[in-house]
Design a protein around this ligand. Structure first.
Ligand SMILES: Nc1ncnc2c1ncn2[C@@H]1O[C@H](COP(=O)(O)OP(=O)(O)OP(=O)(O)O)[C@@H](O)[C@H]1O
Length: 282
């Protein structure tokens, strides 16, 4: 069975494989502020899900729930059939980008190695060999081998971002969570990073949840979109969710989705739910 079939079956609710991420009747509230409620979501092996929405809609909070760092207010969350918990080896995480100190002397390969060390202890000779093999494989997978021995602080934003993805992938996770991995990358690097994550999903059956404000680089690659706005949400294929009708309903204010060539522009969303989340054509 091909992975494409797997994702399609799972989406259709057919007899596909068990989902790697499962939320049921999930509610998250901070005091009286409800971020989302009644969220039912299955993410299948190999599926690429974009998580979209304006600032403050609860995208990072969703990542934290999946990482077991924040309990749901009610409902259930499972990763690979088990309740979400801290330190799960099944999850790789690319956190929201922090500026790297340009004087940081750590080499790229050491940064990636930290992703392995976080889950593995007792490095004997065999362990060290295995670590090196895994780090080399992760570096190669993101095309970062060439600059793996250079200090991270001297690398470009795009090169650093590839290393972050490699760090998340080095433990060969079943689920990859990426929080704004395209931040401050130029369009070409946004495409490169999006494509390498999509390839990972396709070739390794990794379930990907990808939070982004930059929707155009990922739209052709994603299977489904989870769009969060002010306590409401929609889940579906991009063609269903990214329409003027659906977003107007979600934002509760007129929103226009305009297609310009292979890009889409969302106009009007800033009035209804915080910052406009789609970059216009540069
Ligand atoms: N521990 C907390 N206690 C109270 N409120 C919180 C807490 N953590 C987050 N929030 C609030 O919940 C809302 C959602 O935050 P979150 O970071 O999940 O949004 P987001 O969609 O990722 O936003 P952005 O696009 O700006 O990164 C915000 O208004 C935030 O202030």
């Amino acid at each position: 069975m091909s992975e494409a079939t797997t994702v399609a079956e799972a989406r259709a609710g057919g007899a596909g494989p068990s989902p790697l991420v499962r939320l049921r009747a999930a509610r998250l509230a901070y005091g009286s502020r409800v971020l989302w409620d009644g969220l039912d979501l299955d993410v299948a092996p190999g599926e690429f899900l974009a998580v979209l929405g304006p600032n403050g809609s609860g995208k990072t909070s969703l990542m934290r729930v999946l990482l077991g760092l924040r309990p749901l207010t009610s409902g259930t969350v499972e990763i690979g059939g088990e309740p979400a918990h801290r330190g799960s080896r099944r999850i790789g995480y690319v956190p929201q980008q922090r500026a790297v100190d340009p004087t940081l002397a750590v080499r790229g390969r050491d940064l990636v190695g930290l992703g392995w060390d976080g889950h593995h202890w007792g490095l004997g000779l065999r362990g060290r060999r295995e670590r090196r093999r895994r780090v080399d494989a992760a570096l190669a997978a993101v095309g970062a081998t060439r600059y793996a021995n250079q200090p991270v602080g001297l690398l470009s934003g795009g090169e650093q971002q590839r290393l972050r993805v490699a760090q998340a992938l080095v433990g060969d996770p079943d689920v990859l969570l990426c929080d704004e991995p395209l931040l401050s990358l130029d369009l070409a690097h946004q495409r490169v990073v999006s494509e390498l994550v999509a390839r990972r999903a396709r070739e390794h059956g990794t379930a990907v949840l990808f939070v982004t404000h930059e929707i155009n680089p990922v739209l052709p690659l994603v299977d489904r979109v989870l769009y969060l706005v002010n306590g409401r949400f929609r889940i579906g294929p991009p063609d269903e969710v990214m329409t003027s009708e659906t977003l107007t309903e979600l934002y509760g204010t007129p929103v226009q989705v305009v297609r310009v060539g292979d890009r889409i522009i969302v106009a009007g969303a800033e009035n209804g739910g915080g910052q406009h989340h789609v970059q216009e054509t540069p």
